[in-house]
Design a protein around this ligand. Structure first.
Ligand code: AP5
Length: 208
């Protein structure tokens, strides 16, 4: 099995849900750029310039590529150096970022160890999922098949609109196109149940 699994998908498509399951099953490290950025945001030593860069998250916009790359590549390198595989959740959100990671993996001689899985979902379904997540989180309840999550400020409907405008299927298309051109892409139907998507992801990984 490839050691670098990149999960792609619009906000709310199920990247985090599937990344957790995949990591638990494979023993790979789950590396979520969103989680790393949120951890940094609440860290006591965060600098004012970092705080400025992180403001984009609150607005539903992309954080600058150089900054996200610096944070995530360090974490990825640690895990790969330890011989562990990685499940990358949301790290590649623009063509520029996809190319940065590809260069990074090539530099490590690991370019053949990459598989990208697109969890395909329409923008409308994604908005619905994020709205459901917000409602469950507000009530302290878990969406069936997942654990209880904290209310995310960026699940506010106004911010969700911005996230989908900037990170929806229009933005995703060049990224999936890039991985397809490298022969690294597998697409799974993200509108199925969580268990069904999990099974399709597991099959997909073995295809490449
Ligand atoms: P991040 O935290 O990664 O948010 P996101 O990409 O918007 O993804 P979500 O966590 O909202 O959704 P998901 O696809 O993981 O779906 P989930 O499994 O949670 O990033 C936050 C912000 O950080 C970004 O907006 C940006 O500002 C910044 N950022 C992060 N990475 C960046 C980068 N590389 N470059 C620049 N900026 C970056 O599922 C969603 C809901 O649906 C859950 O309630 C779940 O229970 C449910 N669900 C999941 N699967 C199913 C299913 N099959 N059926 C029914 N419900 C399901």
């Amino acid at each position: 099995m490839k050691k670098i699994i990149i999960l792609l998908g619009v906000p709310g498509s199920g990247k985090g849900t599937q990344a957790k399951r995949l990591a638990a099953r494979t023993g790979y490290a789950h590396i979520s750029s969103g989680n790393l950025l949120r951890t940094l945001e609440s860290a006591p030593g965060v600098s004012s310039s970092e705080r400025e860069k992180l403001q984009a998250m609150k607005d539903g916009k992309l954080v600058s590529s150089d900054f996200v790359f610096e944070v995530t590549a360090r974490e990825i390198a640690h895990r790969l150096d330890d011989g562990q595989g990685v499940v990358l959740d949301g790290v590649s959100r623009s063509l520029e970022q996809a190319q940065m990671y590809q260069g990074f993996f090539e530099g490590r001689g690991a370019a053949d160890d990459v598989v990208a899985i697109e969890i395909a979902l329409s923008d409308e379904q994604a908005v619905q999922r994020l709205s459901t997540r917000l409602e469950y989180a507000k009530q302290g309840m878990a969406v069936p098949g997942t654990a209880v999550e904290e209310v995310r400020k960026d699940d506010d409907p106004e911010v969700v609109r911005q996230r989908i405008a900037e990170q929806g299927n229009v933005a995703l298309s060049p990224i999936t196109g890039y991985y397809a051109s490298l022969g690294q892409l597998v697409r799974v139907d993200g509108s199925k149940s969580i268990d069904e998507v999990e099974a399709d992801v597991a099959k997909g990984i073995c295809l490449i």
